[in-house]
Design a protein around this ligand. Structure first.
Ligand SMILES: Cc1cc2nc3c(=O)[nH]c(=O)nc-3n(C[C@H](O)[C@H](O)[C@H](O)COP(=O)(O)OP(=O)(O)OC[C@H]3O[C@@H](n4cnc5c(N)ncnc54)[C@H](O)[C@@H]3O)c2cc1C
Length: 418
């Protein structure tokens, strides 16, 4: 039986391990943390935004970056000191902002998002995974200048990509989501993407890890991989601080840390860490809980009900690998939340968190073999790792077990990234 080592037990690693075990592989997962999903998969926005899976490199992004350069209160913050570190990644990211490339990537991501959501539903149907996934759609608020026209053009773009979109005016939006009553006057059009879902990515990581363990997958917690060994140019095993494990194949699912694991082998992953923040608030202290996720294009935040909690996520910060929780950025999220829900009673405890999105320069994940035989990567999912996890797991599994030739997919490492 083929022994596959998966490095990383975030949402991508746990779903990959489960899919590989289902395909008949003997699987060992190694993670430096003590449990699944404690890095970027921990407190993300929780959206399974399959029907609006869009890249960040959009035609409007370069202007926004310039407008907000160095501004601590901006939703998208490029710190001048981070610019040199972005190097060629930054140039490629900007090149991907051209309109034709943006639409092509958006269509690819949305199709893959829909496929991934279907893969997740299949998985939930087959295995006992209790992760509290909820269904009922995502509400996109389009507010501000020229909102109706922008909403219509956005809706048409999503429909062209296969999404089912319901247009709601302000009164219909508030009838559907009474918590929006305080900002009804500013809602131009809201778009309801009925087939989207949501849930807690950390809970899903833990639940898929447990399901994988049940299928015979071994987890090595608290073990950092220090290197990958080759024999005659091909993967032979991985080095841990106090151990060595041999493997037939290795799959890198190490999120933002993936490039540093494969770099010494000459494999370059054009990825950068993009920091984001979230707050988690108790519904009983807030006094209300929306019934479904709401994404507000005006405040650049998303709010998601997770059982008895509200998750608020947003902000984009280019700050290298620095994971410092900056109080100013937390305050920005709180202020944005107060503007979205003027009726809010801000709880004393808001549980702030930040994580590094593993972002590929062109906004597509990298799900691919590499130039090193039997070394695979499933990473670079950026702001969409939870949304794309189950489709990515199936795809990498078909590559590891040689059921498909990866080089033909849009997610191949051999693509241009321009
Ligand atoms: C604020 C915010 C909001 C977001 N909202 C959403 C959302 O609503 N929907 C969505 O789809 N996505 C969202 N995302 C993106 C999503 O969270 C990520 O794409 C996803 O978590 C990436 O998962 P991963 O498994 O690749 O990485 P991670 O979760 O970071 O997992 C990588 C794992 O690898 C381990 N590791 C790294 N190096 C080593 C090593 N040398 N040895 C052993 N182990 C190692 C780490 O310990 C970690 O557990 C959001 C991200 C942020 C920051």
């Amino acid at each position: 039986m083929k022994h596959v080592i998966v490095i990383g037990a975030g949402i991508i690693g746990t779903t990959t391990a489960l899919a590989l075990a289902g395909a008949g592989c003997r699987v060992t997962v190694i993670d430096s943390r003590r449990e699944a999903g404690l890095e970027t998969s921990f407190a993300n926005g929780g959206l399974l935004a399959a029907n609006s899976a869009l890249p960040w490199s959009s035609p409007g992004t370069p202007m926004q970056l310039l407008k907000w350069l160095g501004r601590e209160d901006a939703p998208l913050l490029l710190r001048p000191r981070a610019i040199p570190g972005l190097g060629m990644w930054g140039v490629r990211f900007l090149a991907n902002c051209r309109a034709a490339k943006y639409y092509k990537t958006a269509a690819t991501l949305t199709a893959f998002g829909q496929q991934s959501l279907a893969a997740m539903e299949r998985l939930l149907g087959q295995k006992r995974i209790d992760a509290g996934i909820q269904r009922g759609g995502l509400l996109e608020l389009i507010r501000g200048k020229d909102a109706e026209r922008r909403a219509e053009s956005f809706a048409r773009m999503l429909e062209r990509m296969g999404a089912k979109v319901r247009r709601l005016d302000a009164a219909q939006s508030v009838a559907l989501e009474p918590s929006l009553g305080g900002i009804a006057h500013s809602i131009g059009t809201a778009l309801l993407l009925e087939s989207d879902a949501w849930g807690d990515a950390h809970a899903f990581s833990v639940a898929t890890a447990a399901a994988a363990e049940h299928e015979g997958v071994t987890f090595r917690w608290g073990s950092a991989v220090s290197g990958i060994d080759l024999q005659r140019g091909s993967v032979a095993g991985v080095r841990l601080a106090d151990d060595y494990l041999s493997a037939d194949s290795v799959v890198i699912c190490a999120g933002a840390m993936s490039p540093s694991l494969v770099g010494p082998l000459g494999v370059r992953l054009p990825m950068a860490p993009v920091k984001g923040y979230s707050l988690t608030l108790r519904a009983d202290e807030l006094g209300f809980l929306p019934q479904r996720p709401i994404v507000d294009d005006y405040e650049h935040i998303g709010v998601t009900p997770l059982k008895d909690m509200l998750r608020v996520a947003g902000t984009v910060e280019f700050d290298g690998f620095d994971k410092t929780l900056r109080p100013g950025r937390v305050e920005n999220l709180k202020r944005a939340l107060t503007r979205l829900f003027p009726q809010i009673r801000m709880p004393a405890e808001v549980r702030p968190w930040c994580g590094l999105r593993p972002m590929a320069a062109d906004g597509l994940p990298i799900i691919s073999p590499t130039a090193v035989p039997r070394l695979f990567v499933n990473t670079g999912h950026g702001a969409l790792g939870w949304t794309l996890a189950c489709g990515s797991a199936d795809l990498i599994t078909s590559m590891v077990t040689s059921r498909s030739d990866a080089r033909d997919t849009p997610f191949s490492l051999t693509r241009s990234f321009w």
